[in-house]
Structure formats: structure tokens, C-alpha cells
Design a protein around this ligand. Structure first.
Ligand SMILES: [Zn+2]
Length: 262
């Protein structure tokens, strides 16, 4: 609340309609979210162990230093030569034995096998933790609405892993009903008034990309001083609403339906 008033005093709506601090019983805040980060998964899957082991070996052992040199040489060559060219292939073949003995040593192969097992275990546990969170002690059957976008893998963000893919919905199908839901517009609209949202800004005028801020002065969230929300939580709730509408009324939820927007 203080954050909002401090940072958005230039808001044109604020002068005419001051944000009230009281929340009445009709206002429902967004639900709490369960978080699962790729960092956690990487740690538990022993992926970080592998990378630190390789890093240390390259720094401290004689073989590792040779491997590092060979890799530097190859990466420099890759800049000048075409990676698919014959010359590059010849250089690559010269270093092949060294690289193979380093990356496929007995210890490394063992670690890789452990990673494989740890990955299965970690993913199962992550899915179980989320199911437990969603159920919250009730014995009712679980129905999950999962967005259908972002099921690809690979990362375009440097330094970050994207642990996307279909593994999580697949794991959930063992124990729950999973509804793959269209994600269209779910991260673009305010959930309280279905007006488009913008990113919130900090006091230093920096955009907070993970936030969703509603500028509609008639919006309930805006009136209650909750115009800023976590964008992911809001989208997740929207996907849930969208999925439930489809279940209960066999129809798409109008604000999140393609063709309803020009
Ligand atoms: Zn709104």
C-alpha cells in the first residue's frame, strides 16, 4: 500500500479518486502461489554439482588445463571458420581423444547416471509438493488447469535455465485431472475488471516486468489499493478461471477468448 501511494503519486486517477486503505469483504485478493524455480530443480538434480566439478577440474588438474586450452582453440577457430567446414572438422578430430577422455571418464559417467536418477526423483517430488499445496489437506479430487503455452524447452535467456516442457503436466495426469487451457490474454488483462494492464514502476522509474498494474479507476482492485499484482499469480488464476468456466458451462470465458478482441 505504502509502495503504491509513494510511487504513483503522479497517477492521474489518484488525485480525483484517492486509494482507500480498507478492504471490505467483497474484495478477494489473489490466492497464494506455489513457486518452483529452475534453480531449485538444478540444485536437486545435481546439475550444479556437475558444472562445478568440471570447472574445478579444468582449473586444477593437468588434463583439465589441456582440455581448456583445446576448447579455447576450437572456439577461436569456430569464429574464423565455418563450424560445418572440413577444416574445422579436422581440427576437431585432433582434439577428440582428449575431450572424450575428459568428459566421458568413469567418474563423469557415474555422475551422469546419478543425475539421471536424481532428475526423475526431483521432478516427482516437485509435482507432489505442488499437488499437496493445491489440495491443502482436502480429500476432493484434484482438477488442474494448465496453460498450453511455454511447453517448449531450451532457453533464450542467457544464464538461466528454462525447465519448461511437458513433463510437469504429464506427471500430474497420474493423480489429477489436467485441463490444458488456452493462455490467450491471461497475462494481459486485470482479473477484477478485464481491462488491459501495464507494468508497475519503481520510484527510480524502473519497470517491474513481473508485475501487473490496473489503471482502471472503476476497478475493484484499484479502489482497494490492490491495483498492483504479481503477474504470474494473476495469469495462473486467470487460467484457472478459464478452465473452470469451460468445465461448468462448456463455453470459453469471453475475456480470454480469441476473436473477442480487435
Ligand atoms: Zn482492474
Amino acid at each position: 500500500m505504502k509502495y503504491y501511494n509513494d510511487n504513483h503519486s503522479e497517477n492521474p486517477f489518484l488525485t480525483s479518486r484517492p486509494v482507500t486503505q480498507t478492504t471490505d469483504y467483497r474484495f478477494y485478493p489473489l490466492p497464494r502461489a506455489h513457486k518452483l524455480s529452475s534453480k531449485d530443480i538444478n540444485h536437486k538434480c545435481l546439475k550444479y554439482k556437475m558444472s562445478s566439478k568440471l570447472e574445478k577440474a579444468k582449473k586444477n588438474t593437468e588434463e583439465g588445463k589441456q582440455v581448456q586450452q583445446a576448447e579455447d582453440k576450437l572456439s577461436n577457430l569456430a569464429k574464423s571458420l565455418d563450424v560445418n567446414s572440413k577444416d574445422y572438422f579436422v581440427y576437431n578430430m585432433q582434439e577428440r581423444k582428449l575431450l572424450r577422455s575428459f568428459y566421458f571418464s568413469t567418474a563423469m559417467c557415474r555422475l551422469r547416471r546419478s543425475i539421471e536418477l536424481a532428475t526423475i526423483r526431483t521432478k516427482d517430488r516437485a509435482a507432489a509438493a505442488e499437488r499437496r499445496f493445491v489440495k491443502g489437506g482436502s480429500n476432493n479430487a484434484l482438477v488442474m488447469g494448465i496453460g498450453n503455452a511455454g511447453t517448449g524447452v531450451g532457453s533464450t535467456i542467457k544464464g538461466y535455465d528454462r525447465r519448461g516442457g511437458k513433463w510437469l503436466p504429464k506427471l500430474y495426469t497420474r493423480y489429477a485431472k489436467v485441463a490444458m487451457t488456452d493462455e490467450y490474454m491471461t497475462s494481459q488483462l486485470c482479473l477484477y475488471c478485464y481491462f488491459p494492464i501495464v507494468h508497475a514502476k519503481t520510484s527510480s522509474n524502473k519497470t517491474v516486468l513481473g508485475s501487473a498494474r490496473c489503471l482502471n479507476p472503476k476497478c475493484e482492485a484499484f479502489k482497494h489499493g490492490r491495483a498492483c499484482n504479481n503477474r504470474d499469480v494473476m495469469s495462473a488464476t486467470a487460467i484457472g478461471i478459464s478452465a473452470m468456466t469451460k468445465f461448468l458451462y462448456s463455453r470459453s470465458f469471453p475475456p480470454f477468448t480469441k476473436g473477442n478482441h480487435q
